[in-house]
Write a protein that binds this ligand. Structure first.
Ligand code: NAP
Length: 246
């Protein structure tokens, strides 16, 4: 795709799960990619090797997105390696489920720190640094629509992400930068699968009319659309990629 040649994409939380698929897909689309991770150095390095072996360009960048100084360093290393940043995919996130009555301060603070403040930290840097024509893709969740019991704190962080998405789209007026969010439904990654029984996974997989779990590649395809030339006219929106669950 010649239009994305020489463009640079940072994908947060790209060592595994959806983020790893997004990095691979955007590299295949022609972007130079920055694979951010918090702790999983080896899988991130392996993904970079795989992308390079397929003819792409990739570096890894360790940064806990909840740490504003580390996020700044991540952008600086991307600029040093590739000359600038055009696309930010704010994929890093965690989920801890518990009824509000049983959610302790640590459950609340950690999800706020990574999902909400982490997204804020990267958006602030991106707002200063993204080149003209850039794209920002945040990660919400379809639980913002479903609002099931147990998802209170997690859904609240993602509702905040959707709000910042629409606000930043307006604040970047005049720069030809779009800001959107993708809101997956149940997707087959550690975040969704860990701690659930096979029966519960099967039941949740059948909720969407398409009657299966999303795969990381399904979500990467939506991100590819929003980051690529065909997504140019979509701005300030949240795209629910969920097989029709809501
Ligand atoms: P995952 O498989 O658990 O992967 C999470 C990724 O985020 C890992 O690469 C992890 O890196 C990284 N990460 C975690 N904390 C981080 C931090 N503080 N700083 C930087 N990176 C961090 O999760 P996933 O399912 O792919 O989720 C990706 C996004 O989709 C999240 O925002 C999630 O809320 C959203 N989502 C997922 C689903 C689903 O069903 N899977 C549904 C809706 C929305 P390390 O390994 O290095 O820690």
């Amino acid at each position: 795709m010649s239009t994305v040649k020489d463009k640079v994409a940072i994908i947060t939380g790209a060592s595994r799960g959806i983020g790893a698929s997004v990095a691979e897909r955007l590299a295949r689309d022609g972007f130079m990619v920055v694979i951010n991770y918090a702790g999983s150095a080896a899988p991130a390095a392996e993904l970079a090797r795989k992308i390079e072996a397929a003819g792409g360009k990739a570096i890894t960048a360790q940064a806990d997105v909840s740490d504003a100084a580390a996020v700044k360093r991540m952008f600086e290393s991307a600029e040093a390696a590739f000359g600038g940043v055009d696309v930010l995919v704010n994929n890093a996130g965690i989920m801890t489920l518990a009824p509000l009555a049983d959610s302790d301060d640590a459950i609340f603070d950690r999800q706020i720190a990574i999902n909400l403040k982490g997204t804020f930290n990267t958006l602030r840097e991106a707002a200063h640094r993204l080149r003209e024509g850039g794209r920002i893709i945040n990660f919400s969740s379809s639980v913002v629509g479903l609002l099931q019991p147990g998802y209170g704190v997690y859904a609240a962080t993602k509702a905040g992400v959707e709000a910042m998405t629409s606000v930043l789209a307006k604040e970047l007026r005049g720069r030809n930068i779009t800001v959107n969010a993708v809101a997956p439904g149940p997707t087959a990654t550690g975040l969704f699968l860990d701690g659930k029984s096979p029966e519960l996974i099967e039941r949740l997989a059948k909720l969407a009319p398409l009657e299966r779990l999303g795969q990381p590649e399904d979500i990467a395809a939506s991100v590819s659309f929003l980051a690529g030339p065909d997504g140019a006219w979509i701005n300030g929106q949240t795209l629910r990629a969920n097989g029709g669950i809501i």
